[in-house]
Design a protein around this ligand. Structure first.
Ligand SMILES: *Cc1c(COP(=O)(O)O)cnc(C)c1O
Length: 235
C-alpha cells in the first residue's frame, strides 16, 4: 500500500467512525481530497486507491493537472475550493464539476450567463464568511439569505453552503452557525449540503452535520513547499 492509500484508508475510517458516533450514516459524508500544490502523480495514487473526488483552489493549477487525469479516469470529479475571478468563469466551467466558492452577486451573474451559453452549470456551494474576517472570501452571514435567494433566482444549482472557520476560533461554533443558515434556507425535499471540515477538524464537522469534508494534508501529507532557487553566486 502506498502512503497515500494508507492515509486515505485512515481518513475514511475516521470519517465513518465520526458519522456513526453522531448517529449518522457514513454514506452521507463525502470526502473531497484536496490536491492543491500536489503533483499529478499524487492524484494518480489517490485514484488508484479508489478516491474520485478532488479539490483544487486555483483555476490555472487545475488546468495544468486535471484534463489528462480526467481522460484516463472518467469518474473523476473536481471541486473548486478557492476564490473565482469573474474573468476565469468560462474556463472554470470547463474544468470543475462543483464550485464551492460562489460568494458575490457579480460572480453569480457571470456564472449564470456563461452557464446559459455552455448549456451546463456546475453544482454550486455558497461560501459564507462565518467569522466575518476581512481578508477572507465569502458572503457575510447577515447577507447570506438574500444572496442565496438571488443565486436561486438566477437558476444556479445551489446545492449547499461552505465555510472555512477562523484558525484561532472554536471551529464547532462556525459549523453550527453554517448549519443554522442552511436550515433556514432549506427549500424542503433536498436539504442544503454542508461543506465544512479540513484535516484538523473534519470529525468535529461531521458531528455538526458536514456532508462533505475537504481534506488535504490528511490524505497527501504536508504540501510541498516551492523550492528556493539556488544562490547563483554559489556557496
Ligand atoms: C487547502 C484547503 C483545504 C485542505 O486543508 P488541509 O488542512 O490540508 O486539510 C480545505 N479547504 C480549503 C478551502 C483549502 O484551501
Amino acid at each position: 500500500m502506498t502512503k497515500i492509500a494508507e492515509n486515505l484508508a485512515e481518513v475514511r475510517r475516521r470519517m465513518a467512525e465520526a458519522a456513526r458516533a453522531a448517529g449518522r450514516d457514513p454514506a452521507e459524508v463525502e470526502l473531497v481530497a484536496v490536491s492543491k500544490v500536489q503533483p499529478a502523480t499524487a492524484v494518480e495514487e489517490a485514484l488508484a486507491a479508489g478516491q474520485t473526488v478532488f479539490g483544487e483552489n486555483r483555476v490555472q493549477e487545475a488546468k495544468g493537472k486535471f484534463p489528462d487525469l480526467r481522460e484516463s479516469h472518467p469518474a473523476l470529479r473536481l471541486h473548486l475550493i478557492g476564490p473565482l475571478q469573474t474573468n476565469k468563469v468560462k474556463e472554470a466551467l470547463g474544468l470543475f464539476d462543483v464550485i464551492e466558492t460562489l460568494d458575490r452577486p457579480k460572480l453569480a451573474k457571470a456564472l449564470a450567463k456563461e452557464a446559459a451559453k455552455a448549456g451546463h452549470c456546475p453544482d454550486c456551494f455558497i461560501q459564507i464568511n462565518t467569522g466575518e474576517e476581512p481578508q477572507k472570501a465569502g458572503v457575510l452571514p447577515g447577507e447570506a439569505d438574500a444572496f442565496i435567494a438571488e443565486a436561486r433566482a438566477l437558476d444556479l444549482p445551489i446545492v449547499g453552503l461552505m465555510c472555512i472557520p477562523p484558525v484561532d476560533e472554536e471551529a464547532s461554533l462556525h459549523f453550527a452557525f453554517l448549519r443554522e443558515i442552511a436550515r433556514r434556507n432549506d427549500r424542503g425535499g433536498a436539504p442544503l449540503a454542508l461543506s465544512m471540515g479540513m484535516s484538523g477538524d473534519y470529525e468535529t464537522a461531521i458531528r455538526f452535520g458536514a456532508t462533505l469534508v475537504r481534506v488535504g494534508t490528511g490524505v497527501f501529507g504536508p504540501r510541498p513547499v516551492k523550492a528556493v532557487p539556488a544562490d547563483p553566486a554559489g556557496p
